[in-house]
Design a protein around this ligand. Structure first.
Ligand code: ADP
Ligand code: MG
Length: 525
């Protein structure tokens, strides 16, 4: 057996009296791709944060073999120490400075290694000044960026501003950052969650190149097929414990799923006749010649006309950045740079509160910035929309008892874990944060639900839960507009199907069994 270059012995991490990682042993071998599978909240990110020095273990030890082939105990107080030992991590949520270029972001990570300090880059606005002092590093970074880009096929423009990049490209920059500081051990936390199906293949090619280059990779994913495709070995975590370790292929997808959740799983089923012939479908949302301008005054949504009806899920598939976000925001009354008409149940509401008053629910694309407010308590997040607030207000004053009751009921009904209304939303796993959004938006039984990438970053079980909730809306004769980059999801759930490409909406229901044709539409042909 190959030698391990990273080893965790009996590692435990507790938060208060909650055990997030429970006596885990883990060994990473040189040159392997080791997948970590687990449900939401299983402790995957926490385990990785322990290796990367963002957390320190409550118990147990971590050993690492560094670039000089020196095996030593890793006591990383911060990522800097982990980086110095050759460990790099690409987080589930990117850690890039949006207003700097690709090369400047690389320079920051190089600075982290060579200067030993970069200051608090997340809050101070003086990056430019700081970078000015180390100009040579930036030019070096451009060169390094180009070199690494070429070597690993990670094409990206070093001079592009990070904020203008698609999610897929931002991820490349994160990988380049890790390679720039010569990480030998790469931790990738749910890297494919943000990629379109077409992008995943290219991404795997990159991983294989990194592996061929002698780097070891920890690959976190909940997508069984991907794990089986790319990994050499698999570790399964369940409720903080390691429950399985084996060679890839030893267990089938179904057996692995059972390890993950401790029971059999099944996919949701969509009945084919939710709309009865005698029950004529009425329009809920009607868009006519809708054109919406994006943040840079470009045409993001171009002359879109469509309608959604009761008892239907309308699916809009498409690669990120083709106007989906702008479309959803325009419908929700969050974008005013629009022409054409948006009619909801026969009215033309203006502004988000007016839209919500027409019985509209919204699961936004970005749970991290618009779905939940991380610093607010679970309770506050659960009532954070105008309809809930009105329901629990009396004479314009929030009734605290009612607010708490509402929150406690939602926590129980939607099985939000841990079931504590008072902790900040940031203490919950991604899946449970998404449950907050679902509970808040769906419990009001909106006639129209706009859901944008509602299962992004969620594991099989949490995604299935979201799917069940969307289908339940359909069964109740509500209307759902599902906008998603996950083609499988759109195909599974939608009654009618569209593809959005460069701001145009193309009806594609007839092509639903022709993945190739859909792929072409999605890539703009
Ligand atoms: P995964 O990445 O497998 O979805 P996480 O490692 O993010 O899971 O979370 C594991 C568990 O630890 C979750 O129940 C989460 O709520 C809890 N947890 C994670 N970070 C913290 C924290 N800083 N404080 C309290 N609890 C936390
Ligand atoms: Mg995670």
């Amino acid at each position: 057996m190959a030698e391990s270059i990273l080893e965790l012995r009996n590692v435990t991490k507790t938060f208060g009296d909650f055990v997030a990682v429970d006596s885990v042993d883990f060994a990473l071998q040189a040159g392997e791709i080791h997948a970590i599978l687990g449900e939401n909240g299983a402790g995957k990110s926490t385990l990785m944060n322990l290796i990367y020095g963002l957390y320190q273990p409550s118990k147990g030890r971590i050993y690492v073999t560094d670039r000089e082939n020196w095996r030593h105990r890793l006591r990383a107080k911060s990522p800097r120490d982990a980086i110095a030992s050759g460990i790099g991590m690409v987080h589930q949520h990117f850690m890039l400075v949006e207003n700097l270029t690709v090369a400047e972001n690389i320079a920051l990570s190089l600075g982290q290694l060579r200067l030993g300090t970069v200051g608090d880059t997340s809050t101070n606005g003086n990056y430019k000044k700081w970078l000015g002092k180390f100009r040579f590093k930036k030019e070096e970074a451009v060169r390094i960026t180009e070199e690494l880009s070429e070597r690993f096929g990670l094409a990206v423009d070093p001079t592009a501003l990070v904020r203008t990049l698609s999610v897929g490209l931002k991820q490349r920059v994160e990988i380049l950052k890790a390679l720039a500081v010569d990480a030998r051990i790469l931790i990738l936390d749910e890297p494919t969650a943000v990629l379109s199906p077409q992008e995943v293949e290219g991404f795997f090619t990159i991983l294989r190149k990194l592996q061929a280059d002698g780097r070891a990779i920890i690959f976190i994913s909940h997508k069984m097929k991907e794990v089986l495709d790319i990994s050499d070995r698999i570790t399964v975590l369940r409720r903080g414990k390691k429950v399985y370790l084996g060679k890839t292929g030893e267990l089938t997808a179904r057996e692995l799923a059972r390890e993950m959740i401790g029971e059999e799983i099944s996919e949701v089923e969509r009945s084919d006749s939710s709309i009865l012939e005698s029950d004529p479908p009425d329009n809920v949302l009607q868009l006519s010649n809708l054109t919406v301008l994006g943040n840079r005054a470009e045409v993001a949504v171009s002359d879109v006309s469509m309608e959604t009806r009761r008892g239907e899920i309308i699916g809009i598939a498409g690669v990120d950045g083709n106007g989906q976000r702008e479309l959803a925001e325009a419908i929700m009354g969050l974008r005013h740079n629009a022409s054409g008409t948006i009619s909801i149940l026969g009215a033309n509401p203006k502004g988000i509160n007016a839209v919500r008053h027409r019985s509209v629910g919204y699961i936004p694309e970005d749970r991290q910035t618009t779905g939940v407010i991380a610093a607010f308590s679970v309770t506050e997040n659960l009532v954070l929309n105008v309809t809930h607030l009105e329901n629990i207000a009396q004479w314009n004053i929030l009734n605290q008892k009612k607010k708490r009751e509402t929150a406690e009921n939602l926590i129980a009904d939607y099985d939000i874990r841990p079931p504590n209304p008072d902790i900040p939303a940031s203490a919950l796993s991604g899946g449970n944060q998404q449950k907050i959004v679902i509970a808040r938006e769906i419990s009001l039984q909106p006639d129209l639900l706009i859901a944008v990438n509602p299962t992004r970053g969620l594991d099989v079980n949490a995604a299935r839960y979201v799917h069940e909730n969307l289908l339940a809306q359909r069964e109740k004769k509500k209307s759902v507009l599902l906008i998603s980059t996950e083609l499988d999801e759109v195909l599974l759930l939608s009654d009618r199907l569209y593809v959005m490409s460069r701001g145009k909406l193309i009806e594609a229901t007839a092509q639903r069994n022709n993945i190739e044709a859909l792929g072409l539409l999605m890539t703009g042909f």
